[in-house]
Design a protein around this ligand. Structure first.
Ligand code: ZN
Length: 361
């Protein structure tokens, strides 16, 4: 029995009225909404504050905004989104804003910055993939976020109430400084030289796309940590762990970039040593065989699930069928993690399934 639990039991025994009067603290919830190879991850803190990271694809009769709305209202019983974070300017990450903003009130918008439409040449290098002046989705995003938008830089924190902390480890291709990371107060093994960096993992060609500029967020509640790197790619992933580990160990890992092999540098995954990995792939997007192999080789991983079976690779390059969230290719089923209010443990379950529990590190 843990000391914390024992102390709690003694407290209940000696002072039952105190415990009865205390408001039960909620759990932290994380929901991976199936957006068919895009990204939409909803986090609800014990204070019932909500953070949505990315909004899935546009089109398909607003399929993804409707699925996000269901997660907000029916799964998490909320009537609005406090914070929307857009990791980068690709359609599978910000395309759903237009439809979502019509359905659900969004109070704050956070992103890595938008190109200045008055000096497009100046911004061409920093915003290789727009959104440009005539991009319909960009126009919709600017309109929905007007007066409510702020830029996130590496080292920033989301202004959350309560005990959950969310720190930006990278944004716009820049990573947090060692000094800032050490001073971030987040529980972790981060900020030290990483012996794994001597392993021979070659770089990939420089990625000039917006993926390499993704906003990377690390959430912490007590001992529990959750990492969402958006679509960050190989060489910048390495910058996050070499020569100094700027992340630390992680309990729950959203497999980066839908599991594509331009991402998921083994140096990063071996360093963070996740316990659970959730891959937000689609039937024909993400879930590369080499990423699956990398994740399978990590001894710390006790559960690794995919939102879909990748139909383009063989059965043996997918997780076993019971770890595929959507058995049916038409999808729409979510995976969900539920974290104890003190962060000491968490459970993961699929829609309609039973939970599996894990201790936090
Ligand atoms: Zn993506």
């Amino acid at each position: 029995m843990s000391e914390k639990l024992l102390r709690g039991m003694i407290l209940v025994f000696l002072f039952p009225w105190i415990v009865a009067a205390a408001e039960p603290k909620g759990r932290m919830e994380i929901v991976w909404i199936d957006v068919d190879g895009g990204a939409a991850t909803l986090i609800v803190t014990p204070e019932r504050e909500s953070i949505l990271i990315d909004t899935g694809w546009p089109g398909f009769d607003d399929r993804d905004p409707k699925r996000i709305e269901r997660a907000v209202r029916e799964v998490c019983k909320l009537d609005h989104i406090d914070h929307l974070v857009t990791t980068h300017w690709h359609r599978d990450h910000f395309g759903g804003v237009e439809g979502l903003a019509k359905r659900v009130r969004i109070d704050h918008y956070w992103d890595r910055g938008l190109p200045d439409l008055d000096s497009p040449d100046h911004d061409a290098k920093n915003f290789p993939d727009g959104p440009g002046r005539n991009d319909r989705l960009g126009i919709a995003y600017r309109k929905a976020s007007e007066g409510k938008r702020k830029t996130l830089k590496a080292g920033d924190r989301l202004p959350l109430k309560g005990d959950v902390r969310a720190i930006v480890l990278a944004s716009g291709g820049e990573t947090i400084t060692v000094e800032r990371r050490r001073g971030s107060e987040l529980k972790s093994t981060a900020g030290e030289a990483n012996p794994r960096c001597s392993e021979d993992v070659p770089d990939q060609p420089v990625d000039r796309s917006d993926n390499a500029r993704s906003v990377v967020l690390l959430f912490e509640l007590g001992d529990f940590t959750f990492l969402d790197c958006g679509d960050l790619t190989w060489n910048v992933e390495k910058k996050l762990v070499c020569p100094v580990d700027l992340i630390g160990r992680v309990d729950l890992y959203q497999v980066t970039h839908h599991g594509l092999d331009q991402s998921n540098n083994p140096l990063l995954i071996k360093t963070i040593e996740p316990t659970v990995a959730v891959m937000n792939n689609g039937p024909r997007k993400g879930g590369s065989a080499s990423t699956v192999a990398t994740l399978r080789s990590i001894p710390s991983i006790k559960m690794f699930c995919q939102l879909h079976k990748n139909v383009l690779t063989s059965d043996s390059d997918n997780v076993s069928p019971e770890l595929i969230v959507n058995k049916d290719a038409k999808g729409g089923g979510y995976a969900r993690a539920s974290v104890e209010p003190d962060g000491s443990s968490f459970s993961v379950q699929f829609e309609g399934g039973s939970p599996r529990s894990f201790g936090s590190k």
